[in-house]
Design a protein around this ligand. Structure first.
Ligand SMILES: *Cc1c(COP(=O)(O)O)cnc(C)c1O
Length: 446
């Protein structure tokens, strides 16, 4: 078929003015793929393309695929720790603080006094212990890794007692029974979904019991008749029987006034005062720092964790450690404005209303905007049922779903309630307001 002669040669494409500035090795497979499709199209009776049209298509393909994919978004959902939106926002101020450290050599595993090698975990120990009195700490990749490491270290081939009310699934990919099985621990379920007594723990105990495991229920709550053993009682019981007590706290917070939070949510200081064997929690939930699993407790147990080869696979780098260290320092200095998650949760109703009024003035009137009371959430599995009262700008539109889609194209994530698109102000920065205005003006024009 003579038409096939119109297919341009690879070399000619690679050397043409518009394409030769791109990464040749990356471009080649795209051209091969394009030419293949072009050939098939011609064989199927398709049109011959101009050389320049081929170049244009290849160029667009390259530009499209070489785009960076991660991008900032505006969180108008009111959910502060939103896992799909990157969990806790990391502090701009702290990033600037740690920049010199991150872009230079540093003493990550080097003792400057002795001039020899040391471990990376001691950097945060003093700071953390000033905030949360405990014997020692260890940082791993995330809290899921902490759970796995602890079970694998102390309960491989041994029994772990867990209340049936705490056999939870988090985020669809983390199921306590599965994690336990994969770590080599043997799950010993006790009690019922709604009630577990100390007697159940006593009856389950045998010579192969390694640990009592308590998990924060994170994303659910039992309403109605329920009973669970007080954590203090569990710790005392474990101590008496010389087994380990471990609390997978999920989130974990510092510094908040209780009125900002669910009163039943125990703080890290309160837990530490109970003198537990081991506790773990996430760095990027209520603590408001970066992804990490923070383990604290008795030194002898932390030392045992450090001897597990798994730690090498779960270890964190200088980015994680320096981000965490700086966040802890901000807590110690009570510089809460440096921790966005903290600041977002601590906003008062008056502040939120003021924000809503300010945003309202910028919304195009065609959306008939109004301020509505709204329920926002801390998110991240902490306080699932504690709504934080907030305000939202409600946008009226004949097609709420279409408006929500259009906002998403402008990287603004909103929610729909009763046919209205809501922009909750709790999770908005003042500098988001102008962007929201620009987006809505553009959407209004369409
Ligand atoms: C969130 C959570 C985890 C997982 O923590 P990651 O830091 O996301 O790995 C584990 N257990 C509980 C109870 C949680 O809430």
């Amino acid at each position: 078929m003579t038409k096939l002669r119109a297919i341009p040669k690879m070399d000619k494409l690679l050397s043409c003015e518009e394409l030769k500035k791109f990464n040749t090795a990356a471009l080649k497979p795209l051209i091969t793929h394009f030419l293949e499709k072009y050939r098939h199209n011609l064989l199927d009776g398709g049109e011959v393309l101009e050389f320049q049209d081929c170049v244009e298509e290849i160029k667009n393909l390259y530009l499209q695929q070489s785009q960076k994919s991660l991008t900032p978004v505006i969180n108008a959902t009111g959910i502060v720790v939103h896992t799909n939106l990157g969990r806790s926002v990391f502090s701009h101020e702290i990033l600037e603080e740690i920049m010199p450290l991150l872009s230079s050599y540093n003493n990550l595993e080097y003792d400057l006094k002795e001039g020899n090698r040391t471990e990376r975990y001691y950097h945060l120990r003093n700071l953390f212990r000033l905030l949360v009195p405990c014997e020692d700490i260890l940082i791993v990749n995330n809290n899921a890794a902490a759970v796995f490491l602890i079970l694998n270290t102390f309960a491989k081939g041994k029994e772990v007692i867990v209340s049936r009310g705490e056999l939870i699934e988090i985020g669809g990919s983390f199921r306590i029974p599965r994690v336990m099985e994969d770590s080599g621990a043997i799950l010993r379920e006790i009690g019922t979904t709604n009630k577990t007594y100390l007697q159940d723990y006593k009856e389950a105990l045998n010579e192969n019991t390694a640990m009592i495991f308590k998990a924060h229920k994170s994303n659910y709550e039992i309403k109605g008749f329920s009973y669970e053993v007080d954590y203090k009682e569990l710790i005392d019981f474990a101590k008496e029987k010389e087994i380990l007590d471990y609390y997978d706290l999920g989130s974990g917070y510092l510094g908040f006034k209780k009125e900002n939070l669910d009163k039943t949510e125990i703080s890290l200081e309160e837990i530490a005062a109970l003198n537990p064997s081991l506790v773990s929690f996430s760095g990027d939930k209520l603590l408001g720092s970066t992804q990490a699993g923070i383990i604290f407790g008795k030194k002898k147990y932390i030392n045992a964790l450090k001897k597990n080869q798994l730690l090498r696979m779960l270890r964190v780098d200088k980015f994680t450690l320096s981000c965490l260290e700086a966040t802890l320092k901000a807590y110690l200095d009570k510089a809460y404005h440096k921790i966005p998650t903290f600041a977002f949760i601590a906003q008062t109703k008056e502040e939120l209303y003021q924000k809503a009024q300010e945003l309202l003035t910028l919304i195009p009137t065609c959306f008939a905007p109004q301020i509505l009371p709204s329920q926002s959430y801390s998110g991240g599995g902490a306080m699932p049922n504690k709504a934080l009262p907030s305000y939202a700008i409600a946008l009226n539109s004949p097609k709420a779903q279409k408006l929500e889609n259009a906002l998403r194209e402008h990287k603004i994530i909103a929610r729909i309630e009763q046919e209205k698109v809501l922009l909750d102000v709790r999770t908005l920065y003042k500098q988001d307001f102008a962007k929201i205005q620009t987006a809505l003006l553009a959407i209004a024009k369409e």
